[in-house]
Design a binder for this molecule. Structure first.
Ligand code: ZN
Length: 252
């Protein structure tokens, strides 16, 4: 009997699942990407012209984060990032030759010059800024698809920068404030497309709110009990806001 593998089958950022959001089981193909070096779990691309099997649907992984347990979402997130990395590294970035898949590691290897291309994550800092005992800075994005939601200050770490410097720089750029007592909180892989979100708590130090209007349409300090619409459950921003408010409740 053929052994079936649990399959993460993606079309771009959408995952193939059945009506109960369960993954399909498939016969493994040579082109499949093993997940966790384990043949029982694989990832593959579903091409745009391939037919969606009966009883299955394509669900954006952004939606799965709200219905799946964290560990399941993280595995799906790993699968989609590895597939995207493999798709984007078919050629050697050093000499332009076709690459080959390394048999054991996650590496795309150039047979001509030997250059190895590995998957990369992009470090991204996200900061919850508090003022006094019961106020938090929340900012509304200038990009329309975020609607009325107020989130936290976030941005990519630049080359040669420490994480703390990135926190200070992003905050100064986006809302014109200086921070003190920057403390690490937690982290979360975020597959849109391949970020590692690194969460910090910082306290307001000085400055008046001054918006970077291309990025931020509004930013204010809100009282903990008068928050506007915040990011959805499952996002690191949601967890950070809850954690800060809960620790304040315990302290008071
Ligand atoms: Zn090469």
């Amino acid at each position: 009997m053929t052994q079936l593998s649990l399959a993460y089958i993606f079309q771009h950022q959408k995952l193939l699942v059945d009506q109960n959001l369960e993954l399909p089981k498939v016969e493994k193909l040579a082109s499949d990407l093993p997940i966790h070096h384990n043949d029982q779990v694989i990832a593959r691309d579903l091409l745009d012209d391939e037919i969606i099997p009966e009883g299955y649907q394509l669900v954006p992984i952004r939606e799965l984060i709200q219905s799946w347990p964290t560990t399941a979402f993280l595995q799906a997130s790993r699968a989609v990032q590895l597939l995207e990395w493999r798709r984007n590294h078919k050629f050697c970035s050093h000499c332009g030759h076709h690459t080959e898949i390394h048999p054991k590691e996650y590496a795309m290897v150039c047979p001509a010059c030997g250059y190895h291309q590995y998957p990369r994550v992009q470090p991204c800092v996200i900061t919850i800024i508090t003022k006094g005992k019961d106020e938090v800075l929340l900012a509304k994005s200038a990009h329309k698809h975020y609607g009325n939601m107020y989130g936290l200050i976030a941005g990519f770490v630049e080359v040669g920068e420490t994480l703390e410097e990135a926190v200070q720089r992003e905050t100064l750029e986006e809302v014109g404030l200086k921070l003190k007592n920057i403390r690490y909180m937690s982290s979360q892989p975020w597959p849109f497309p391949s970020n590692l979100m690194i969460a910090f708590h910082a306290e307001y130090d000085s400055g008046e709110i001054e918006l970077q209007i291309e990025e931020i349409s509004d930013a204010q300090f809100f009282k903990f009990d008068q928050l506007p619409e915040i990011p959805f459950k499952g996002s690191i921003a949601h967890a950070m806001i809850n954690e800060i408010i809960e620790s304040n409740e315990k302290a008071s």
